[in-house]
Design a protein around this ligand. Structure first.
Ligand SMILES: Nc1nc2c(c(=O)[nH]1)N[C@H]1C(S)=C(S)[C@@H](COP(=O)(O)O)O[C@H]1N2
Ligand SMILES: [Mo]
Length: 314
């Protein structure tokens, strides 16, 4: 992600350059080692969590594109709680303790609940879904996520008639997330969806990738994946989900409202004020490719926005 205001101090111009090019094989290997370390931080726990992922159902929603290698998915990240550079999360996220972890679901619901993530994993049928993730910085990846539809959790808590939006919050703990000691964003990181978007079967809560438990740098132990929206909507390390009547504030919209809208649907026709969004570089590719409307998920999601001006609601 990029921020206009240089409060963070060390946001570099190089972040604007297309990223696939300087991702050398060496870089991937180094990152892979770091990812492996993150995973083995507590071997017994990681092992339990791995087994807890259990048998995975393949999902009909999966893309058929070539997957981005595990090493790239886990070494080239955006997670400002652990630093602003792409290499920072893999190097620094070992301070996050993803287990035990509870998730509070509350607000405009009949049955507010606090759930232990490993309980949730054990009791929920998990699926592998190969989804594209496209960052607003115009790089993209294809990731075999392990997760379950967000809608199944929302149905469990029974939204009231007043619920119109779903607000998400990341953990706020500067000891575990040292980046929160700096004012890069308003902490905790927040995101939101309209309730009908959140209920769409493509919106998932991911608890793993490549059949393994989610590495810390990818948002352990539970994160959102909304494949038709820019990557910043896919909030990591969630501790609270709140159903609301009003549109919630979101971290990037608060930081730079004319650059990052609430909807943030991938749209090649609506440029970021400082650069085009028409093309993207798939990590590992040399050539850029055309970006597809709704990140290629238009057949499934376009009807959510019928009659809406997508330039205004960007
Ligand atoms: N809490 C939190 N969630 C976050 C971010 C962040 O900085 N903090 N970055 C977002 C951005 S900009 C992107 S592109 C994706 C990147 O996910 P990945 O590192 O798993 O590829 O995470 C999103 N979720
Ligand atoms: Mo992003």
């Amino acid at each position: 992600m990029l921020i206009r205001i240089r409060r963070a101090g060390d946001v570099r111009e190089s972040e604007i350059t297309p990223e696939g090019l300087y991702l050398s094989r060496r870089h991937f290997l180094a990152g892979g080692a770091a990812a492996a370390l993150g995973l083995s931080m507590n071997p017994a726990r990681a092992e339990t969590a791995l087994r807890a992922l259990g048998p995975l159902r393949k999902s009909g929603f999966s893309a058929t594109e070539e997957r981005t290698p595990y090493e790239a998915v886990t070494s080239y990240n955006n997670f400002y709680e652990f630093g602003l550079d792409k290499e920072d999360p893999a190097a620094n996220a070992h301070t996050l303790k993803p287990r035990p972890w509870s998730l509070r679901v509350e607000g405009e619901v009949m049955r507010p609940q606090t759930l232990e993530v490993d309980d949730l994993i054990a009791k929920t049928p998990l699926e592998e879904r190969i989804y594209r993730l496209r960052c607003v910085e115009a790089w993209s990846m294809v990731v075999p996520w392990v997760g379950f539809p967000l809608s199944s959790l929302l149905k469990r808590v029974e939204p009231t008639g007043k619920a119109k939006y779903v607000a998400f919050e990341t953990l706020h703990d500067p000891k575990q997330m040292p980046g929160q000691n700096k004012e890069a964003l308003e902490w905790p990181y927040r995101e939101g969806l309209r309730l009908d978007e959140a209920m769409h079967p493509l919106a998932i809560l991911a608890v793993g990738l490549y059949g393994r438990v989610l590495p810390n740098q990818n948002g352990a132990p539970i994160r959102l994946v909304v494949p038709w929206k820019y990557g910043f909507k896919s909030i990591k390390s969630i501790v609270r989900i709140r159903l609301t009547e009003r549109q919630p504030r979101t971290a990037w919209n608060v930081a730079a409202p004319d650059e990052y809208g609430f909807y943030a649907n991938v749209n090649p026709d609506v440029d970021h004020p400082r650069w085009s969004q028409a093309k993207e570089r798939r990590i590992g590719d040399f050539f850029r490719r055309d970006t597809l409307m709704f990140n290629g998920y238009g057949d499934e999601v376009a009807q959510l926005y019928s009659g809406m001006n997508l330039r205004r609601y960007f």
